[in-house]
Every structure is written in C-alpha cells, then in structure tokens.
Design a protein around this ligand. Structure first.
Ligand code: PRT
Ligand code: MG
Length: 221
C-alpha cells in the first residue's frame, strides 16, 4: 500500500482544508490546535497529516517528506515553487497582497516626487518586483511578522502585507493604497511522488478538485 503524507499548517489553512479533505474521504483523527501533535493520523490508515509552519509547507513537499501540501500563493510566489506541481487552486484562505501606508501619508505624492520609500515586509521578492515594475525606488526592510507596526513607530513609510477583512489595517490607522495580487491557497504535490504513487494521489487530487468546484457553485448560487 502506498502511504500518503499531507503537509498542512495550523489555523486557517488546516480549518479551510478540512472540508476539501472530507470530500475526498479523509478525516483527521485529532485537532492539531488541542492535541499539539505534529503527526496526525486520519480515518484512512494510508494517509497521514503533518503540521508545519505555513512557510515551511513547500520545503517538506519539495524534499518529498510530504507527498502533498497546502500553501498560500504568497508563500509559493515568494519562495518559488521549483520541484512541486501546483495542480489546484483551492480557492481557500483568500486575501490580497497589498501596499498600505499610514492614513496621513501622501503615498501618491511621495511616489510622484521619486522619493525613496522605506517598505517593511515579510515578502521581499514580491515587494521588490512590485516597486521595480512601477519604477519606485525602495529600501526594503525584512520583518517576520506584525508588519502593521513598522510605519507607526517610524521604521518604514509603507508595508507590503496580506489583507483579508481590513480590520488589522483599520485598527492601526493604515490604509491600503495598491493591490499587488490576489492570494489563495494551492494544493502542491511532490513531482516524484505523483509519478510513483499516482494511483493513490491522482484520485485524491480529483476528489479535491470536485469539492472545490462544488464550493464555487455554492458561492455562485
Ligand atoms: O502565523 P504564522 O507566523 O505561524 O505563519 P503565517 O502567518 O504564514 O500563517 P497563517 O496561518 O497566519 O497564514 C497562512 C496563509 O493564510 C498565508 O500564507 C496566506 O496565504 C493565507 N491568509 C489568508 C492570510 C490571511 N488571509 C491574513 N489575513 N495570512 C495572513 N493574514 C494576516 C495578515 O498578514 C495580516 O496581519 O492577517 C492580518 C490581516 O487580516 P485582516 O482580516 O485584519 O485584514
Ligand atoms: Mg499568521
């Protein structure tokens, strides 16, 4: 029997992937939030879920430590997705990569005047490419989280970060000034695993694809 390992991160990715896995007949036996376990069995003896940091999912899949995984497009774009197939946009964990500034900061004018913008972000590649395309000179400041704080304490003029409801921006008196790209989570698959264990993995991908289409139809109706 081919064993299948699926890498997921705790939080929204895990929660929103559950119904898609359920549609493929896969149900985790434990909740990673309460059990604190990093290896979780499922109702199927051949399928195991491993819990990793969101930004580590592509690494586990690329190296074949997991056969499949679910990762945000933000993570895949930033790291590059060499060595992994991305057969499905799961349309979950949706948000937008945006540029945001303090409400009182005149972004349009700063850009027009060709000022050097200080931009704090976890997404260096994404930010570098975005501003290069616009011809805006930036000094990028790498952060690992809480980007929203940076402009409030004078570390940066602007941030590049994910926005979903907008409440984090509002709570910190920031406003979005540019959309960079829409983000959703993707199913990723190790290329060798797809060849070697295709008989087990292919039906799983197809079941998840049908579930995604079903969800979409629900949203549309
Ligand atoms: O939290 P941790 O540092 O462990 O890792 P992570 O932040 O990478 O993981 P997690 O679970 O928070 O996010 C996993 C994936 O969910 C991301 O890679 C995105 O693809 C996706 N996603 C969807 C989001 C959001 N929506 C989102 N809103 N990831 C993060 N956020 C954050 C955002 O960075 C900002 O701080 O939520 C805040 C804004 O939310 P709103 O609702 O206030 O706009
Ligand atoms: Mg987070």
């Amino acid at each position: 029997m081919n064993r299948i390992t699926i890498a997921l991160s705790k939080g929204r990715i895990f929660t929103e992937t559950l119904p898609l896995l359920a549609a493929a007949g896969i149900r985790p036996l434990e909740d990673p939030e309460s059990s604190r376990k990093l290896i979780i069995g499922t109702n199927r003896s051949d399928v195991t879920i491993i819990i990793v940091r969101a930004s580590d999912v592509p690494t586990y899949v690329r190296h074949g430590a997991a056969d499949l995984g679910v990762a945000g497009k933000d993570v895949l774009y930033e790291q590059g997705a060499e060595g992994v197939y991305q057969p499905l946009d799961l349309k979950i964990a949706r948000c937008t990569m945006m540029v945001a500034v303090p409400a009182q900061f005149d972004y349009v004018n700063a850009v027009r005047q060709g000022a050097r913008l200080r931009v704090a972000t976890k997404y260096l590649k994404t930010a570098r490419e975005h501003f290069a395309e616009k011809g805006v000179h930036v000094d990028l400041i790498k952060l690992y989280g809480s980007m929203e704080l940076a402009p409030l304490v004078g570390l940066a003029d602007a941030i590049v970060d994910l926005v979903s409801t907008g409440s984090t921006l509002r709570a910190n008196h920031l406003v979005a000034v540019e959309d960079i790209m829409p983000i959703s989570a993707r199913l990723i698959v190790n290329q060798a695993a797809l060849k070697l264990k295709g008989a087990a993995i292919q039906p799983l991908i197809e079941a998840v694809a049908r579930a995604v289409q079903g969800e979409e139809a629900d949203v549309a109706s």
